[in-house]
Design a protein around this ligand. Structure first.
Ligand SMILES: [Fe+2]
Length: 534
């Protein structure tokens, strides 16, 4: 059976209708194969393109063909268009082919909770199967219009294959039954019935709030109108549910035990951070990474290993720092340097720090003498120093091709007999690196997703960082981007120092302080110190 629009139907779509009419039921793999074999092109869908759909509709929706047991539809997605979370009514088999980038999320209901199994991006031409149990959401996050082809079917004849589709409202714990489009914020007169449904988990509810704002903006609401909705996203009361959700996803060592759900959480927080930084009037007051750095990284590292290795170096290599001139390369916020001044009675005028980051230096200047500066352009006018210190693997943020130059320049600013001490991470540091870090009071939460990457024959650890700060009574979201560190082999680091520090070069595990032999590729704590005498 061909409907009245048949004159618009191109040969590949006709072929699809013919093939789908041959049987009553299909497995997802079969249907994907059939669609792929028909080789349907974007231009075949153009007669049903509907990019002028009403603003309150989540996307354009046109019927191409209706058989007694299956339907073919074309959906039109403008930038920012997104469906509600939904299933497909009576459908038991089907598929979607996308002709442009689409974000796709699949959901599962478990213990009365609705959560995203994954969020992925579909590529042009990709086909995905649809079954009766599929709960999903699609959206267009590109800046182009996108068309998608949809096939829905079941074994028996039915009046409307996608009739009584379930539309999930995760925050309200409700399901709306609908016979039309599965639109976001569907008006109540288009809802057949509302029944109790699963409640969304933290990321699902967060995303729902973010999309509510996005849809309101698409429908013409002003930034001022959506401010109460933004405030709801940034409500500090969500801290408890966020912490609870994180605890479900990580083990005792703070490593994520479900990478798919970990990625979903990060994905939704990034979407929220993007929206908030674009729309919120409070975005200017966001705490910068520099301000959070001490609470999250520096103080814990100082407590866990820096204090220990500094005492070790002072005892074993260079006593009486009170009388020494100390130069800190990459001083960050100056917290470690302040600790050194207090612990070893170093007069303030004897210690000086530089850092590449202006915001870090701004923090450091509250504690020590510090200026913005780069190890690679060290000014010889700064004079000769007795001790050069470089904490928290600063040298590994330097480009791999310039690490040797950094070591050479460091040697240059030291007196003959001067000492370098600094810590580094081993190439396998990722096995220790946690996915979540907290400030001591848990008011700041930092999510980290590290990955190993190779570039031009060199290995790097790249960590994507999202910081969430509740100290002000609101949730401040800071997407700190990706931080890349060069995972230089230990023997290469040792070799560079041996070249420019002729008297002595020794490597120690930064925690156990056990010496690392020239044959070793790593050490137990995955952090080590280099002690080098010029
Ligand atoms: Fe769908």
């Amino acid at each position: 059976m061909i409907d009245e629009t048949c004159e618009k139907i191109s040969a590949p779509v006709q072929l699809l209708i013919q093939k789908l009419s041959e049987r009553r039921t299909y497995r997802p793999a079969d249907i994907i194969q059939i669609i792929a074999a028909c080789d349907i092109k974007e231009e075949d869908l153009l007669p049903w393109a509907d990019f002028d759909h009403p603003l309150q509709d989540s996307y354009g929706r046109k019927l191409v063909h209706k058989s007694p047991n299956f339907e073919i539809m074309v959906m039109s997605w403008k930038p920012g268009d997104i469906s509600a979370i939904h299933d497909h009514g009576y459908t038991t088999w089907g598929a979607v082919q996308v002709f442009g980038p689409q974000e796709h999320a699949a959901f599962r209901v478990e213990d009365d909770q609705l959560f995203a199994l994954n969020r992925t991006y579909f590529k042009y031409g990709q086909i995905v199967g649809v079954g009766h149990s599929l709960i999903h959401q699609m959206g267009n996050y590109s800046d182009k219009n996108v068309l998608t082809l949809h096939v829905y079917g079941l074994e028996e004849d039915v009046n409307m294959v996608t009739g009584e589709a379930r539309l999930y409202l995760p925050e309200r714990g409700e399901i709306q039954l609908v016979n039309g489009g599965v639109f976001f914020n569907l008006p109540s007169h288009e809802v057949l019935e509302t029944i109790a449904g699963p409640v969304g988990d933290y990321p699902t509810n967060l995303r729902n709030r973010v999309e509510s704002v996005n849809r309101a903006l698409v429908a013409g609401s002003s930034s001022a109108d959506v401010q109460p909705m933004l405030d709801k996203i940034l409500d500090a009361h969500s801290r408890g549910s966020l912490l609870q959700h994180i605890e479900q996803l990580v083990n005792d060592d703070h490593h994520a035990n479900d990478s798919a759900r970990w990625n979903v959480l990060n994905h939704e927080l990034k979407a929220a951070a993007r929206l908030v930084s674009r729309e919120s009037s409070t975005s200017d007051s966001f705490h910068s990474y520099a301000e959070m750095y001490d609470h999250l990284i520096c103080q814990p590292c100082l407590d866990q290993f820096i204090t220990g290795y500094l005492d070790f170096v002072v005892d074993a290599f260079e006593p009486n720092w009170a009388a020494k001139k100390i130069f800190s390369l990459g001083c960050g916020t100056g917290l470690v340097e302040q600790h050194m001044m207090q612990r070893y009675s170093i007069p303030r005028e004897n210690l000086y720090g530089i850092d590449f980051s202006a915001s870090m230096v701004q923090e450091a200047q509250k504690r020590i003498h510090a200026d913005q500066g780069d190890i690679l352009t060290l000014d010889p006018q700064l004079g000769k120093w007795d001790v050069a210190f470089s904490g928290l693997n600063v040298f590994q943020y330097i480009h791999s091709t310039q690490l040797e130059e950094a070591v050479r320049r460091t040697a240059e600013v030291l007196q003959d007999g001067g000492l370098f001490v600094g810590d580094f991470i081993t190439p396998d540091h990722i096995r220790w690196y946690p996915n979540v870090m907290y400030s001591n009071d848990r008011q700041i939460i930092s999510l980290r997703t590290p990955r190993l990457i190779e570039q031009e024959g060199k290995m790097y650890q790249e960590s994507e960082i999202i910081n969430i700060d509740f100290r002000s009574g609101h949730m401040h979201l800071n997407y700190a981007g990706k931080h890349k560190r060069y995972l230089a082999p230990l023997h290469r680091v040792r070799g560079y120092f041996e070249k420019y520090f002729s008297r002595e070069v020794r490597l120690f595990d930064a925690l156990s302080l056990r010496e690392i032999s020239g044959d070793d590729d790593t050490c137990q704590s995955t952090r080590y110190i280099v002690v080098a005498r010029k």
